[in-house]
Design a protein around this ligand. Structure first.
Ligand SMILES: Cc1ncc(C[n+]2csc(CCOP(=O)(O)OP(=O)(O)O)c2C)c(N)n1
Length: 316
């Protein structure tokens, strides 16, 4: 990534972090619902999404705000959606857990763990049959990678040569269960070999490394036509959802990963290389804080959906 791209990545990561922390604070104040945040995973979202093309599509899971904002979502509309307001991306009816934004190519957020893995094969098959260019990125967690539908999805995509970038955000936690309790392997990407496809593991707290790995993976999908399994190793710094006191988390492990915070790392790098000054960083942080404050004001002023909306956009 060029210095300009890195500064843009930092801005997006700061925006995602501020958005997540704002929704956690709104929940504490009784002004918003509980959300599943992805604090600590910002480099994974920004690194991968910045490597996609405009025609690519995204399917994601319950920690989707980073993916949406990295794709250019308007924070006022994501905030409104989380608060259940009419101006949200889904008219206030999805909340944080089911957001889709077709105009951004974000097909769906699945709250059924691994639901996106089951659906991405169909989305990619439709693309392939219609000969539409581009790929589909599918974000899921290490917990989802232990489910049966992971096997079915990756196996079928491999057999049918579907253009899917499987992105496993290995954040070490599966709700309140540590990853080490549910798998014997260290590298989830090693499972790619079992399906006859390519895979790679990358440091998910280094946005430039994630971006490079995702670009390479996307290029491999275009060159071979086959899917690719990219494992992005990171850490969920907040609880599973809000509120969660993380009493079950080993404080030493949490501390180790706090010291690998992807935002602090990127700031340090940009300052050390002279691409940012302390002053320009402060200005960037202030501008992000203003965007989030404006998003909250906008969302809280937006009306809740009218009663007649209850039966629209549902199947039955
Ligand atoms: C099929 C299903 N089982 C259980 C749950 C409850 N649940 C929600 S998130 C979660 C943990 C998922 O872990 P992982 O896939 O690693 O994603 P992460 O939460 O770490 O981002 C669980 C068990 C669910 N939503 N869906």
């Amino acid at each position: 990534m060029t210095p300009e791209q890195l500064i843009h990545a930092l801005e997006q990561m700061l925006l995602i972090r501020a958005h997540e922390e704002a929704t956690a604070a709104l929940q504490r104040d009784g002004r918003g619902p509980g959300t599943c945040t992805a604090v600590g995973q910002e480099a994974a979202a920004v690194g991968v999404v910045s490597a996609l093309s405009a025609e690519d599509e995204i399917l994601t899971n319950h920690r989707s705000i980073g993916h949406l904002l990295a794709r250019g979502a308007d924070p006022r509309r994501t905030m409104a959606e989380i608060l259940g307001r009419q101006d949200g991306y889904c008219g206030g009816k999805s909340g944080s857990l089911h957001i889709s934004a077709r105009e951004l190519g974000v097909v769906l957020t699945s709250t059924i763990v691994g639901g996106e893995l089951a659906l991405v094969t169909g989305v990619a098959l439709a693309r392939k049959m219609a000969r539409r260019p581009g790929i589909v990125a599918c974000f899921f967690g290490d917990g989802a990678a232990c489910q049966g539908r992971f096997h079915e999805s990756v196996n079928l995509a491999g057999v049918w040569d579907l253009p899917i970038l499987y992105v496993c955000e290995n954040n070490q936690w599966q709700a309140f269960v540590h990853r080490k309790e549910t798998m014997r392997i260290d590298k989830i990407a090693s499972r790619a070999a079992a399906y006859g496809i390519e895979g790679a593991t990358v440091d998910g707290n280094d946005v430039a490394a994630v971006h490079a790995a995702a670009r390479e993976a996307r290029a491999r999908i275009e060159a071979t036509g086959a899917p690719f399994l990219l494992e992005v190793v990171t850490y969920r710094l907040r609880g599973h959802f809000e509120p969660d006191d993380q009493a079950y988390v080993d404080p030493a492990e949490l501390d180790t990963w706090r010291r690998r915070d992807p935002i602090a790392r990127l700031k340090d790098r940009l300052l050390a290389e002279g691409h940012l000054t302390a002053q320009s960083l402060t200005a960037l942080e202030a501008s992000v804080a203003r965007s989030i404050a404006a998003a909250i004001t906008f969302a809280e002023a937006s009306p809740v959906p009218p009663l007649r909306e209850l039966k629209t956009h549902v199947y039955a």
